[in-house]
Design a protein around this ligand. Structure first.
Ligand SMILES: Cc1cc2nc3c(=O)[nH]c(=O)nc-3n(C[C@H](O)[C@H](O)[C@H](O)COP(=O)(O)O)c2cc1C
Length: 401
């Protein structure tokens, strides 16, 4: 029987409809529960939460809701905020060269990190002082992290208690150090006892930095735990930020600290705040299990190198011996593929999830994570990369130097 073109096309379509190729294309991307008319939709939240269409758009909403003291504390960098701008500018300068005619009908954004499979490589960096936003903010963010199955970096909040709520959270305890071996070892044991999955050591916080927005606001660093006081209860700040102050945190911390932690627990130790290839090599030598290329969100020493610019040197120095992560200015799915193509295993975000929290509470944090995760998966597909393993430096036109 001779088929006309229309009948042949109909036959072909019915064949394709039953093919495994289409079945694969119909499996939902991670975290996308709803399918309507051939399109997968992310989880839906109330209308106002669905308002911002990207991470940038949470900040002005948060700003409207926050006290100026709190907004400036979160948004600010240090001194002239050179590095704050550079973190974004440098990421934006990196250009991609996508590949085409690659089958991206399924995309796998998962990665393996320190023996764990992550559905996607976007984590939450530790951010102290969120009680300026909401009481119990760390617990709220931890719930959001558990719901979205990401890792939460946190200092002291009792996030291990989330298990009582039936929530499973992977969390890394964050410390800026201890001044003696005994204290360091006691801390490491406590982290292990309360179920932390790693110790995240911030190494760039030797002194309180010169954050001029805080200085101008006569910001009391005590507010980081007590929250912004109401006008009626406003007292003289106990530790007001003032220009040119000199306040030590952990100025005596050296590489021995890593050995102190490692001798007291089996937890992986991750070093956050590496910018120099020499320090990256030392971190490997001294037993670190991972490093985070970070400039503390441009909040410590101003004019330091943007993190995406520091990343290639650190990746090369580490030479694949331990995973390298990066934070600072990550706002877009394309930012994530840039970092991963250069050699990062995962990225972390700071301010964006705090803006999500300030804007809409727990669901705001979740929405921020879900938007970035969706952008990342889509960016992989449009770059012609069906999975994270297929990302490499050939995707980058102008490698940061
Ligand atoms: C409000 C705020 C508080 C922070 N507190 C800490 C902290 O306690 N420990 C730490 O290692 N980093 C801290 N950081 C830095 C973040 O962990 C992270 O490195 C940085 O925010 C990433 O840059 P991004 O905000 O551009 O995403 C803080 C950042 C912010 C914005």
């Amino acid at each position: 029987m001779k088929l006309n073109r229309r009948a042949a096309l109909r036959n072909l379509l019915s064949l394709v409809a039953g093919s495994p190729l289409l079945a694969a294309a119909q499996s939902p991307p991670p975290g996308f529960p709803d399918k309507k008319g051939g399109t997968w939709f992310p989880p839906a939240y109330p209308e106002d939460v669905m308002g911002p269409v990207n991470l940038h758009e949470f900040e002005p909403i948060a700003q409207q809701k926050l006290h100026k003291l709190a907004y400036d504390f979160i948004a600010g960098g240090v001194e002239d905020e050179v590095t704050l701008r550079a973190n974004r500018e440098s990421i934006e300068k990196v250009r991609l060269v996508p590949r085409v005619m690659v089958d991206v009908s399924t995309v796998d954004p998962s990665v393996e990190l320190l023996g764990r499979k992550l559905d996607y490589p976007i984590l939450l960096s530790p951010t102290g002082g969120k009680n300026l936003v909401l009481p119990d903010a760390d617990m709220i963010c931890a719930r959001a992290a558990a719901q979205t199955k990401t890792i939460y970096g946190v200092a002291g909040a009792p996030v291990d208690k989330l298990a009582d709520e039936g929530l499973e959270l992977t969390f890394w305890r964050n410390t800026t150090g201890h001044d003696t071996r005994e204290r360091a070892q006691g801390y490491a044991r406590r982290c292990e006892d309360d179920g932390a999955h790693a110790i995240l050591v911030t190494v760039d916080n030797q002194y309180q930095s010169n954050r001029e927005r805080n200085n101008r606001n006569r910001f009391d660093y005590g507010y980081m735990s007590t929250g912004v006081p109401g006008e009626s209860e406003r007292r003289e700040p106990r530790s007001p930020a003032v220009a040119a102050m000199w306040r030590p945190h952990t100025p005596n911390m050296t590489w021995d600290y890593i050995e102190w932690l490692k001798s007291a627990s089996d937890l992986p130790v991750i070093i956050k705040g590496i910018l120099s290839p020499e320090d990256a090599a030392l971190a490997v030598e001294r037993g670190a299990d991972a490093v985070v290329v970070s400039n503390h969100g441009a909040r410590q020493l101003d004019s330091v190198v943007a993190t995406i610019d520091a990343l290639p040197g650190v990746v090369d120095a580490v030479g694949g011996k331990i995973p390298v992560l990066m934070d600072g200015g990550v706002r877009r799915g394309t930012d994530v593929i840039k970092a991963l193509a250069i050699g990062a295993r995962a990225v972390l975000i700071g301010r964006p999830y705090v803006w999500g929290l300030a804007s809409f509470g727990q669901v705001g944090v979740q929405r921020v994570i879900e938007l970035l995760r969706a952008e990342f998966a889509l960016s992989l597909a449009l770059a012609g990369k069906p999975n994270v393993a297929s990302l490499d430096r050939s995707l980058i036109k102008n490698m940061p130097k």
